[in-house]
Design a protein around this ligand. Structure first.
Ligand SMILES: NC(=O)c1ccc[n+]([C@@H]2O[C@H](COP(=O)([O-])OP(=O)(O)OC[C@H]3O[C@@H](n4cnc5c(N)ncnc54)[C@H](OP(=O)(O)O)[C@@H]3O)[C@@H](O)[C@H]2O)c1
Length: 278
């Protein structure tokens, strides 16, 4: 397949990383944007700016051979509907780029691809493979769940660690000391998931069906104030613990121990509600 000319518009974290990995020309997306006449144009701009930029490009009367591709995980192809006469696609690396990263950041990752034409689909798949990634088709109908899953695996890991840091703060640990102390646990959990899968990797009191420990956790968390997010710390623990319990059962926890743990979790909620708590 002949290599299309590649341009990335948007010099942010992903734009810079992608341009380096695919050897594309990197151009500004706002003032100074110049539309290429052919090949593929990647719009590496904030999600909220994709449609607006598509409309801006449509007004420039793009030649029909220019393919336009967004890199958002949350948006479907309809975000590019202003460019109806052009092949439109999406190319979303399932990776986080809190800063520009070198091309190795794409190696081995999944890239969700979609396109309005079979040719563009083939080009995006080939490009994904060329940077060492694994392209997977994710259509408009699957998009939202796909992106919600990415939020769990990336953002919510940060959220649960932040909650752990906050609890250690309650016993006087600084954020730095708490974060450093928790990192080996986080890294161990990630490495166990990689080796054993999500079911085999679960350890701890819920996996063991230790209802007394769970009840003590809830009791202690119930004495803390409302968290900055506005929720009771015991409520977040309870929600996560119920998910953990389902995984523990799948991993082979004795159903009677699971039932005792479930009762410890729900009993606490009933007691808190009676006392007028969250
Ligand atoms: N960062 C990640 O971890 C990550 C991962 C996967 C997918 N993505 C997707 O990548 C896209 C870009 O994200 P990013 O993290 O790279 O964002 P970013 O670092 O904030 O950079 C966005 C770039 O877009 C341009 N821009 C900003 N506001 C604009 C506007 N109103 N209109 C046109 N251009 C504008 C600017 O480039 P110029 O200065 O050149 O104009 C800016 O540097 C988003 O669709 C995001 O969902 C990001």
């Amino acid at each position: 397949m002949p290599q299309p000319t590649l341009t990335v518009a948007g010099r942010g974290n992903l734009g810079r990383s992608l341009a380096r990995a695919i050897h594309a020309r990197l151009v500004p997306a706002r003032a100074g944007f110049r539309m290429p006449r052919r090949g593929l144009l990647f719009l590496a701009v904030p999600d909220g700016a994709v449609s607006e930029m598509a409309t801006r490009i449509a007004r420039m009367k793009p030649p029909a051979e220019l393919g336009v591709v967004h890199v958002s995980g949350a948006l479907g192809l309809d975000a590019l509907s202003a460019l109806e006469g052009n092949p439109r696609g999406s190319f979303h690396p399932l990776q986080s780029f809190p800063m520009p990263r070198d091309p190795s950041a794409f190696r081995g990752i999944a890239v969700a691809v979609d396109a309005t034409t079979p040719t563009l689909m083939r080009q995006l798949r080939a490009l994904g493979r060329a940077i060492g990634a694994k392209p997977r088709h994710v259509g408009d109908g699957e998009r939202v769940l796909y992106h919600a899953a990415a939020v769990y695996a990336s953002n919510f890991v940060d959220v649960v660690v932040a909650e752990a840091v906050r609890l250690l703060g309650e016993i006087g640990w600084t954020e730095r000391v708490a974060t450093e102390a928790l990192m080996p646990l986080v890294e161990g959990a990630v490495s166990n998931i990689r080796r054993r899968g999500v079911v085999g990797a679960l350890t701890g009191p819920i996996r063991r069906g230790d209802a007394e420990t769970v009840a003590r956790h809830l009791e202690a968390l119930g004495t803390l104030g409302i968290s900055p997010s506005g929720g009771a710390p015991s409520e977040l623990y309870r929600m996560l613990a119920l998910v953990a319990l389902r995984i523990a059962l799948e991993a082979g926890l004795d159903p009677a121990a699971a039932e005792r743990t479930r009762r410890a979790l729900t009993r606490h909620v009933a007691a808190t509600r009676r006392r007028g708590g969250a």
